[in-house]
Design a protein around this ligand. Structure first.
Ligand code: ADP
Ligand code: MG
Length: 345
């Protein structure tokens, strides 16, 4: 059982602010992604949770117990947490099994039991047969899995992962994503993982904290971030889609339906009020009547095509899915099924 609460957490290195008034409640058993571009403070946040960095100010609690309040901090080894580092940080002078058994030895478990548990964990990560290899003799993906086995062997309440899939090829990545979901289900531990890859965050997480320049942009389920991003920055950071200025008839809702756009068959009517609106590709349909547009790009995705379309009279572009390829330059008519009004940021 581990609920983690960050309250107004700040971290400064000399005069550089790495984390800026970050507040988050990570529920027990969540699979939480810290998502954001490079340098936005994800690793620093994870290291503060682990106890490897101290808070400059704010408060971090686990199940109501203060872990760090900027003055006193609980030592990392007393937190029932385990972390996989971006660089894996395996011991180069130890074999694979010695690496995995190490956390249990530190806890005082006799060697045969530690080895047995390590062996079992290596089987789970699909590394049976590699027990006596040296770390240098492993590929990036294999090191990754050893690091994961070492992290999970002590059955931590909180698992912290820093860009765990960044160095893996696409195929191994998909397999590891599946294993992570399985580990998460089986262990019931609270997982916090760092990634700059929005597709990975969406695929794995139950909760996502989007960070930008040390602060929290938005917190929610992957679905809510995809469907209801508050800012145009987030709208474009997550998923495919375009933020364009459209004449909108209504001031009320953020969710806009077809009839809320002042588009006619011949043209985009000039300003009623132009507002920034997120349009996802699944909400654009090619129709017989509708607003004229030109195909400027067509990408084969396997199961369908992704078209880029430019409105005939104002150079703004949107994208849409289509079941067949359309040549560049084709003229089409489109309808917008729905859009989402965003704030400019
Ligand atoms: P991310 O993991 O999102 O890429 P980091 O948390 O590693 O970002 O870094 C956030 C900011 O803090 C960066 O500008 C980085 O240069 C700075 N930073 C991180 N660690 C240190 C450190 N030990 N000393 C000084 N600056 C640091
Ligand atoms: Mg990082």
């Amino acid at each position: 059982m581990a609920e983690l609460i960050l309250e107004d957490v700040c971290k400064t290195f000399r005069n550089q602010t790495a984390v800026d008034h970050l507040s988050l409640t990570i529920p027990d058993g969540a699979f939480c992604a810290l998502l954001g571009p490079s340098g936005c403070g994800k690793t620093t946040t994870l290291r503060m949770i682990a106890g490897l960095e101290h808070l400059t100010s704010g408060r971090l609690t686990m199940n109501g117990m203060v872990l760090d309040d900027g003055r006193v901090a609980v030592a990392p080894e007393k937190r029932r947490m385990s972390m996989v580092f971006q660089s894996y940080a395996l011991w180069p002078h130890m074999t694979v099994i010695e690496n995995v058994a190490y956390p249990l030895k530190v806890q005082g478990l006799p060697s045969p039991q530690a080895q047995k548990a390590a062996r079992k964990m290596l089987e789970i990560v699909d590394m049976r047969g590699y027990e006596n290899r040296k770390v240098q003799e492993l590929s990036g993906g294999q090191r990754q899995r050893v690091a994961l086995a070492r992290c999970l062997v002590a059955e931590p309440e909180v698992v912290l992962l820093d860009e765990p899939l960044a160095n893996l090829d696409r195929h191994l990545r998909a397999t590891m994503e599946e294993s992570f979901r399985e580990f998460h289900r089986e262990t019931g531990a609270t997982f916090v993982f760092v990634t700059h890859d929005q597709a990975e965050a969406m695929a794995l997480a139950t909760h996502v904290a989007v960070m930008h320049q040390g602060g929290l942009v938005q917190w929610g389920t992957p679905e809510s971030l995809y469907q209801q991003p508050e800012t145009s920055w987030l709208a474009q950071f997550i998923g495919k889609g375009s933020v364009i200025n459209l004449p909108v008839n209504t001031q009320s809702d953020r969710l806009l339906k077809n009839q809320d756009f002042a588009l006619t068959a011949s043209t985009i009517q000039q300003p009623i009020t132009q507002q920034p609106v997120l349009i996802r590709p699944e909400h654009i349909h090619i129709t017989n009547t509708g607003t004229p547009a030109q195909v400027t790009d067509c990408v084969f995705l396997g199961e369908r095509y992704l078209l880029t379309l430019r409105f005939a009279d104002d150079q703004q572009s949107v994208s849409c899915y289509h079941h067949t390829a359309l040549p560049q330059g084709s003229l089409v008519n489109i309808e917008i099924e729905q859009g989402w009004r965003v704030d400019v940021a």
